[in-house]
Unconditional design. Sequence first.
Length: 224
Amino acid sequence: MSEPILQTRGLKRSFRQGEAVIHVLRGVDLDVQPGEIVALLGPSGSGKSTLLQAVGLLEGGFEGSIRIAGKEASQLPSGGRTEVRRDSLGFVYQFHHLLPDFNAIENVVLPQMIRGAERAAADTRAEQLLTALGLGDRLTHRPNQLSGGEQQRVAVARALANRPALVLADEPTGNLDEATSDRVFDEFLKLVRTEGSAALVATHNERLAARMDRIVRLHDGHLE
């Protein structure tokens, strides 16, 4: 078997509330293989978002090892963590967080240009992704001109724009109605598989989780 695209060992995270210490992650060991789509299940408050923040290198205060694309990332300085996020990771959140003053294609072009892509190549890549998600006729619409499902499709395209090895998704359709959620999630899965990325998807929806390659459950700070 090839080296995992994501590997954590002994991952811990605690928070202090007054005199109390809340242990959210108590030593999480997780492997995600290249191209594998893994559902991270757990009730609200179980620490799913905390785990994604850890492996996404979005904040400090964690103990343990995080390897991403073969690189030990947990102890990198700020610049190194930014480089790993830019080059190896894509993010999709429950809320789309699109830039309101930019249209759909520009929202997908910007992360590519930050990474150093030429504008013409970035435009082509953005148009291909958005068209694959059914937004070929909405490329020049700003977020406030798009429905909730369309906005989340743009967010998915943005996450995949730089061909990340690993996509981290936190309740990616949790803000949508059930019918729209199903459609967007179908398109998300299809595009991730087409692009060859791996994905770790946090959800509390058993029905959506069953459509992924594997399910892991977070309970009492450990994975089951």
